[in-house]
Design a protein around this ligand. Structure first.
Ligand code: UD1
Length: 422
């Protein structure tokens, strides 16, 4: 097991290149096995969630060739099994995309119940509703989900809430179905659009991704492609917040500024200067951090995956702020850790936190409770006076490639060490 040791107090300055989006890549990898032909994916982040998913598809027979650290060739011709019950696959949320992909290709799929960060109940009823609407029968036994259809037929689906996972899963299952599928109230996140773009480059016929209605005309087969994953909106946002929190000046490069607009708007609200370029965004700390109200929402609203990071900035703002979490019901667990560092965050109900800004945070021994909160705690430690020890960093490694290396290049005093067993 590893941990970070951080000596805080120095501003972070400089440029940081953003890698490909983890959550997009997690959808593109299952999409690649919808065809027998080779699919090359560029700009793949080298993080543990991606590596687990690549291992999973190779377990069911796909040929996975790592061309370099950020490029993979996947050939689905040799996929023979539609059954994935390996324990480790249940640890990642996106394992359930293999249900949609295998159901789409073989009309039969069996996958362990998905895991992921403990940020709420995270039911999958909308995924099941979508598969059933396409003609599948779905059973859950012994923590395995089994779906089977004689034939998949296009259908009309209205999601009860905006869900990224179910939107992507139904797209994966519907591209090869007979006839037309219409998804109403879909998620509009950049990675939903990225998946549609890659599938279309493979011969699919998907229109409207990124809008309120997605229309899919089923096709008989998909073919090879080479595709580049979009930049990671959340990795970029995390470094943008790092500039605010450490009183620094950071330029994130290789980004799509449009995807970052809700984050940019909040940084301006709290007193930072933000400048947008074609493929970069610069964030400079102003004179002080100002309090604000934040409500997490589906895209294009402020992302729930950026909620803990802005909480750290607001913990250092001059006044009282509130955060309303409207996507997940258990996403303030990190507040206890921040309070150990001297923050004053009161969680009023499962979805509201009141943050009373303090002048400074102080180093402490803290524990990352999940991926994004883990990254936020590192930013808190970088701003704090003194030394912090951060455990649970395996969560951070699920979604941030070389996080400590990128922070060091910006001037951070952070090292990763092995935890010695007693
Ligand atoms: C994805 C992202 C995650 C992000 C989240 C919201 C991946 C791998 N993960 O998670 O990082 O925080 O979107 O942007 O891309 N819900 C149901 N029933 C369902 C499906 C969802 O009630 O069948 C609820 C969830 O509990 C949650 C809300 O809908 O309250 C949104 O969930 P969803 O968008 O599906 O999140 P994930 O796909 O799990």
């Amino acid at each position: 097991m590893e941990r970070y040791i951080v000596n805080g107090g120095s501003p972070l300055n400089g440029e940081v290149e953003i890698y490909g989006a983890k959550n997009a890549a997690l959808a593109l990898i299952p999409a690649a096995i919808l065809t027998e032909e080779p699919v090359v994916i560029n700009n793949l982040p080298d993080v543990s969630d991606i590596n687990v998913l690549l291992e999973a598809i190779s377990q069911i027979g796909a040929k996975v060739e790592r061309i370099d650290r950020h490029k993979v060739r996947i050939t689905g011709a040799s996929v023979t099994s539609h059954q994935l019950n390996y324990d480790y696959i249940s640890k990642i949320r996106a394992s359930y995309y293999l249900l949609g992909a295998l159901l789409g290709r073989f009309h039969e799929a069996e996958v362990a119940m998905p895991g992921g960060c403990e940020i709420g109940a995270r039911p999958i009823d909308q995924h099941i509703k979508g598969f059933e609407a396409l003609g599948a029968k779905v059973q859950i036994t012994n923590r395995q989900i089994y779906a089977k259809a004689d034939e998949l037929k296009g259908c009309h689906i209205y999601f009860d809430m905006v869900t990224v996972g179910a939107t992507i899963n139904v797209m994966l299952a519907a591209v090869l179905a007979k006839g037309n599928t219409i998804i109403e109230n879909p998620a509009k996140e950049p990675h939903v659009v990225d998946l549609a773009n890659m599938l279309n480059s493979m011969g699919a016929n998907i229109r409207g991704a990124g809008t309120d209605v997605i229309r899919i005309k089923g096709v008989e087969r998909l073919h090879k492609t080479e595709y580049t994953v979009i930049p990671d909106q959340i990795e970029a946002g995390t470094f943008m917040l790092a500039a605010a929190i450490t009183k620094g000046n950071i330029t994130v490069t290789n980004v799509i500024p449009k995807h970052l607009e809700s984050i940019t708007a909040k940084l301006i609200d709290i007193g930072c200067e933000v400048e947008e370029f074609d493929e970069a965004v610069s964030v400079r700390f102003g004179e002080k951090l100002l309090p604000t109200q934040v409500k997490t929402l589906p895209y294009p609203g402020y992302p729930t995956d950026m909620q803990p990071q802005i909480a750290v900035a607001l913990a250092l703002a001059s006044g009282i702020s509130t955060i309303t979490e409207s996507i997940f019901e258990n996403r303030f667990v990190y507040s206890k850790e921040l309070n150990k560092m001297g923050a004053r965050i009161k969680v009023e109900s499962s979805n509201t936190a009141i943050i009373n800004g303090v002048k400074k945070l102080t180093g402490a021994h803290i524990n990352a409770p999940d991926l994004r909160a883990g990254a936020a705690l590192v930013l808190a430690a970088l701003s704090a006076e003194g030394t912090s020890v951060i455990d649970g960093i395996e969560y951070i490694q699920r979604g941030y490639e070389n996080f400590e290396g990128k922070l060091q290049a910006l001037g951070a005093d952070i090292i990763k060490t092995e935890i010695e067993e007693d």
